[in-house]
Design a protein around this ligand. Structure first.
Ligand code: PA5
Length: 459
């Protein structure tokens, strides 16, 4: 595993005192960081914080590999049904670890419908042979409306084509005991993988919900876990000034206290693009909180923004360099690309192309990253870089683990619960009420009354 964090461009000596951080400020926070590290260790030990243990659960990886080997030849398509933490991690693993056009030449073809847009789902159904499709239904709680509805939608086709044998084309990943998926699995002998009850949705990418599709698409899941395991060692260092997760969290929380409430994630690699989406949920849902642990109203959090280098240099970077200085920008950089053809100037009469002769696309991409970093730093815009030697399963496992541990640290430093999501639950309840679910009548009435008051403001 070769992944490191370069935070030199947040240090005052490099970006100036006004927007930079004096290293003493981080050292001052280190005492709180040590308490945070201990508090996290306690939570790991007393079994309330589970994601730290996932990389070393080798028996689960073996079970996943045995399962995927046993079913691979039966299915020509795989459809992953889940939303939020049950989808974003698996999607990020797919786009970083398999060929971009995998579905054009490999089987099973992989699909990740993480929304209930009926037109979109209908187009997906046209693509698959239902009898030869494995539907992996993923829900930690087992009852999320979108996932339940998509399951019911696909069941129409499964029942129509497979009759009572429909369950043979289903796989569930859910809580070990609770939830509606478990009830269905009991009735129908459906194979189930588990999300440990001390692992929250957005921290679950290294459970079978991410491992099953990654293994089916041919990714080396053992290497993925090995990278995460190696990063876990660094992120559990009690000497917090050497702990990358603490440093990332400390920098971001210091900037939050100074009103920099936007976290931009900007990989210079298309393979890493979906990690920004996954990070967006992890950072926003974990840290965007109204109350601290003592129930004081604090309303903290950073809005995550996705950008892709070099594409967004021609779209968003103008704003980052000259607009409001309210962002902390994290680059992800890949040192070595697998394919790195040397360019030749095929138009020698165009002298202006000569600077590209003998260079590589990867070299250009990384020079552009360096150039953006320089422009930001010269304009006192804080930026950090996560650099990986190459896009490999080890490095992806390490990177995902790093961001999860950094989020856990940030939660501790902010004195909030990073592992709940009351705001999301509120939306889920309102959805149940609007859809007429039993037990939600009072909420439905409230919503109807509020909606009628709003009519006069609609033009
Ligand atoms: O991080 C979380 O807990 C949420 O974003 C969930 O992943 C999301 O709401 C889906 O929930 P579930 O997996 O229970 O269907």
């Amino acid at each position: 595993m070769k992944v490191n964090l370069d935070y030199s461009n947040v240090v005052s000596s490099n970006i100036g005192a006004k927007h930079g951080i004096d290293i003493n400020e981080i050292e001052l926070l280190a005492e709180k960081g040590r308490q945070a590290a201990q508090s996290l260790e306690q939570k790991i030990e007393n079994g309330t914080l589970g994601f730290y243990n996932l990389p070393s659960m080798h028996d689960i990886a073996d079970e996943v590999l045995n399962y995927t080997a046993s079913i691979k030849d039966r299915f020509t398509s795989y459809v992953h049904v889940g939303i939020g933490g049950s989808a974003l991690g698996p999607i990020a693993l797919q786009s970083s670890l398999r060929h971009t056009y995998y579905n054009n030449f490999q089987k099973p073809k992989m699909y990740f419908p993480d929304n209930v847009d009926p037109d979109w789902l209908a187009e997906l159904i046209e693509q698959v042979d239902i009898k030869k499709t494995l539907f992996h239904i993923v829900s930690k709680s087992g009852g999320t409306a979108e996932t339940a509805a998509t399951l019911l939608y696909f069941m129409n086709f499964l029942k129509e084509q497979l009759g009572e044998s429909f369950y043979k084309n289903l796989l569930f990943t859910t809580d070990p005991h609770k939830g509606l998926l478990n009830q269905i699995a009991l009735e129908n002998a459906i194979k189930c993988f588990r999300i440990p009850n001390n692992v929250g949705g957005r921290f679950s990418v290294l459970t079978p919900l991410g491992l099953v599709p990654a293994a089916l698409a041919g990714a080396d899941i053992k290497a993925l876990l090995k990278g995460a395991e190696e990063m876990a060692v660094l992120c559990r260092r009690q000497d917090v000034m050497k702990n990358p997760a603490f440093i990332y969290a400390a920098i971001h929380t210091i900037y939050m206290s100074r009103g920099k409430n936007i976290s931009v994630m900007m990989p210079y690699s298309n393979k890493l693009k979906d990690i920004s989406d996954w990070y967006g949920q992890l950072w926003a849902e974990s840290l965007g909180k109204r109350f601290d642990n003592q129930k004081n109203v604090i309303e903290v959090g950073q809005t995550p923004v996705k950008a892709l280098g070099a594409t967004d240099q021609h779209s968003q970077v103008q704003l980052y360099v000259e607009g409001p200085n309210d962002k902390v920008i994290t680059f992800m950089e890949v040192e070595n690309f697998k394919e790195n053809v040397i360019l030749k100037n095929h138009f020698p009469y165009i002298k202006d192309f000569n600077y590209l002769e003998g260079k590589t696309l990867g070299g250009l991409l990384n020079s552009e990253k360096k150039a953006t970093e320089i422009a930001l730093t010269n304009n006192e815009r804080p930026n950090l870089t996560i650099k990986m030697s190459e896009v490999s399963p080890e490095n992806i496992g390490a990177t995902l683990f790093f961001f999860q541990a950094a989020t856990a640290f940030a939660g501790e430093l902010l004195n909030i619960n990073a592992f709940d999501q009351p705001g999301v639950e509120e939306g889920k309840i309102a959805t149940y009420a609007l859809m007429g679910r039993e037990g939600y009548d009072k909420k439905k009435k409230e919503i109807e009354e509020a909606s009628s008051r709003k009519k006069e403001f609609i033009l």
